[in-house]
Structures are given as structure tokens and as C-alpha cells.
Design a protein around this ligand. Structure first.
Ligand code: COA
Length: 154
């Protein structure tokens, strides 16, 4: 049965769902992070994650809140569920939660040339503020830059 038209729910998850987050990440990135990496994120206070489901998982976001600053650690939507507004829902909720906790700014890193993600972020008011040279290592051994983007929260 198709799940395409079922409502998408955002479910907060923690370290006990690190395997689920890892599975989504693996399907969305060439250089994906392992279970240890996701488990480690949750050892830092102020780390939150949301999974978008309808009812099967479609995407996720991991973010961190520290005083007035919030950071998107990662956001990803499974290839077959893209362009349906899932990332927009996840990011909007992360921003809402961070704002509610008193954050004034949100930051993230994005690979230079990841135009889908950059367009998503610009739509929320993120602007490119600096560049980390040769930040991401590719499978072929080459390196690409990261753009640092910042958004002022309400
Ligand atoms: C980037 C990503 C999270 C977007 O997820 P998504 O659910 O498809 O995005 P949405 O449907 O919510 O789209 C929201 C906006 O993002 C932008 N966008 C998303 N995909 C795009 C694409 N392929 N090309 C251009 N813009 C795109 C658009 O501005 C879009 O708004 P629109 O549909 O009104 O044009 C998804 O492509 C992904 O998981 N990519 C691989 C992992 C990744 O790169 N994550 C970001 C790391 S920084």
C-alpha cells in the first residue's frame, strides 16, 4: 500500500534510536557516519533529533542547542521521499524548538555545490558567512569546501 499521502509526523528521538538515524544517513550520504558517531552526539547535552515518519521513516534532523546558539548537525531525507517538503518540515521544527529554548542564531555547514541543501537553507533565511577550505574528504581522496551558513532566529 502506498504511504505517499499519509500525514508526516515528526517524532523526537534520542540515543536509543541512533541506529535508525545511522540507517537514514547511510542512504543519503556517500561519506556516511557510523553508529558510534550518532551515539556520541547524544552524549553532549543539548543534542536533539527528529525523525519524519508516515509511518515509515522518511528523513531526520539532528541539531544542538547551546545557550543562544543552535547548530544543525545533519539533515537528510531518503532519496525516494525528496521534494515533498520533508526537509522543510524538519528544519522548521528544529528552528521552532531552538527559538523556544532561547536561541538567537542557528549555524550549519554545507558542502559547496550542494545546491539542493543550500536552496533549502536560503529559503529559511540562512546566509553564507564563511568558508572552511578543503573541509570534506571525498571517496576519491579529493577535498571540497564547506560553506558556513547562519540564520538569525526570531
Ligand atoms: C537537501 C535535502 C535534505 C532536501 O530534502 P527534501 O525533503 O527533498 O527538501 P524539501 O522537499 O523540503 O524542499 C525544500 C526546498 O529545498 C530546496 N530543494 C530541495 N531539493 C532540491 C533540489 N534537488 N534542487 C534544488 N532545490 C532543492 C528547494 O528550495 C525546496 O523548495 P521547493 O520545493 O519549494 O522548490 C535532501 O536532498 C537530502 O537529503 N540530500 C542528501 C543529504 C544532504 O545533502 N543533506 C544536507 C547536508 S548539509
Amino acid at each position: 500500500m502506498s504511504t505517499k499521502n499519509k500525514p508526516i509526523l515528526l517524532r523526537p528521538v534520542t540515543s536509543d534510536q541512533a541506529e535508525l538515524l545511522t540507517g537514514i544517513h547511510r542512504q543519503c550520504f556517500t561519506n556516511y557516519w557510523n553508529l558510534d558517531a550518532f551515539s556520541d552526539f547524544f552524549t553532549v547535552a543539548g543534542t536533539y533529533a527528529l525523525v519524519a515518519e508516515s509511518p515509515l521513516p522518511k528523513g531526520m534532523v539532528v541539531y544542538r542547542v547551546l545557550y543562544e546558539q543552535a547548530d544543525i548537525i545533519t539533515i537528510a531525507v531518503l532519496p525516494e521521499h525528496r521534494r515533498q517538503g520533508v526537509a522543510r518540515m524538519l528544519l522548521a521544527e528544529a528552528i521552532r524548538n531552538a527559538t523556544e529554548k532561547g536561541c538567537k542564531h542557528m549555524f550549519l555547514d554545507v558542502e559547496d555545490g550542494n545546491n539542493a541543501a543550500i536552496s533549502l537553507y536560503e529559503g529559511f533565511g540562512f546566509r553564507h558567512i564563511s568558508r572552511r577550505k578543503l573541509y570534506y574528504r571525498q571517496k576519491d581522496g579529493s577535498f571540497t569546501d564547506a560553506l558556513v551558513m547562519k540564520c538569525k532566529l526570531a
